[in-house]
Design a protein around this ligand. Sequence first.
Ligand SMILES: Cc1cc2nc3c(=O)[nH]c(=O)nc-3n(C[C@H](O)[C@H](O)[C@H](O)COP(=O)(O)OP(=O)(O)OC[C@H]3O[C@@H](n4cnc5c(N)ncnc54)[C@H](O)[C@@H]3O)c2cc1C
Length: 412
Amino acid sequence: MKVAIVGGGIGGLTTALMLHDAGMQVQVFESVSEVKPAGVGINLLPHAVKRLAKIGVLQDLYDVAIPTESLTFFSKFGQQIWTEPRGLAAGYQWPQFSIHRGELQVILHRTALARLGEQNVKTGHHFENYETGADGIVAQFRDTASQRIVEVKADVLIGADGIHSTVRERIHPEEGPPVWSGTVMWRATTEMEPFLGGKAMIMAGTPPHKFVCYPISIKTAEQGRSLVNWIADIRIGGPSPYKRENWTQRADMQTVLKYFQDWKFDWLDIPGLISKATTVYEYPLMDREPFASWTDGRATLLGDAAHPMYPMGSNGASQAILDAEAITNALLVEPDVERALARYENERRPATAAVVLANRESGPERVMKLADDLAPRGFDDIEQVIPYADRLAIAEQYKRLAGFDIATVNAE
Ligand SMILES: Cc1cc2nc3c(=O)[nH]c(=O)nc-3n(C[C@H](O)[C@H](O)[C@H](O)COP(=O)(O)OP(=O)(O)OC[C@H]3O[C@@H](n4cnc5c(N)ncnc54)[C@H](O)[C@@H]3O)c2cc1C
């Protein structure tokens, strides 16, 4: 079985490593000419870490990431709505990691180079088109250095080329750009004194006016400091001001500060944190409608190319990693490629569509919205606003939907 993967991001590289471990011939084609640690922080939930452990990178993750121990939701007044242990602290057999996205990509890229060989992990190859047939698929890539078209023949083509996927565009040319939610996210990192024990993730406010942060670097933690990744959301509405959304668009810190200047709490000084950031990036909150199909003959989609979702509930990278395992298993079990892809799609498409839709309703952050709706001026006792059983139900329901409830993860 020869598999060509478009995109050397989190999903593409994980898939390549899993398929390689399963004995398949794999080639990755990444558009950028050099893999640099791009992006800021993301989370890997225990079900995804379990899969990454199987491909032998658990120690690499421990070497750079923070094993997150808790998640706490606060109101815009800094009052606690919900707190829960996370990862090993919650009893999972695998940790939850908060990690710099670029460092995760570099770990996977380095591992793929070592195992698959340089000739099979190509950069500077931009996917343009494919032709699928009964006995194989031919993909065309533009070599970005020479501008020549390179043709690659394979049994399967996996489009793991992110939210602006060209493979998706070829499969569904009628679709158009991603759908903007009306919300802008500003993202950055700040080095500071640790807060709430140094391994906590917090969210404050409500989904249209929200602040999220968590530390992402174990090396900084070992020096008694925290490198804190933060995301500030504001709903501005109206038509999208973006020509094409990209992860490297810079923003002005003063714009962010004006929305959060009163958010000084005894457990965290949010304006202080914002004002000490290095570079602030701006990114629109967007996703795509779940599709009725991901596959065309021998071509299919994976990760953000298949199911871009709002980053509520820390699931973007984790769901791509679950896809990687599902497609590997399907190709192992079903010798017929089209049947294997149908099996993969039947397993993953409904599961990920449910997460996309739940994230539009704020995922587990729904509890913050509920608290704000019921007590817009704050509260003395959250139990009087939303009883414990209801807050627990919101948290547990989302974990089950996204496949990381503790019983499932530890039992699988
Ligand atoms: C530069 C960058 C920075 C990011 N930063 C963050 C962040 O800070 N926080 C966050 O939550 N998420 C971030 N993401 C998105 C996050 O990585 C994904 O949501 C998640 O990890 C799922 O990964 P994926 O592999 O499906 O997609 P991605 O990680 O987006 O990977 C897609 C890959 O495909 C490549 N590609 C695109 N088009 C082509 C083509 N035509 N031919 C060949 N290759 C192509 C891209 O260069 C990229 O390497 C970022 C993505 C990118 C590309």
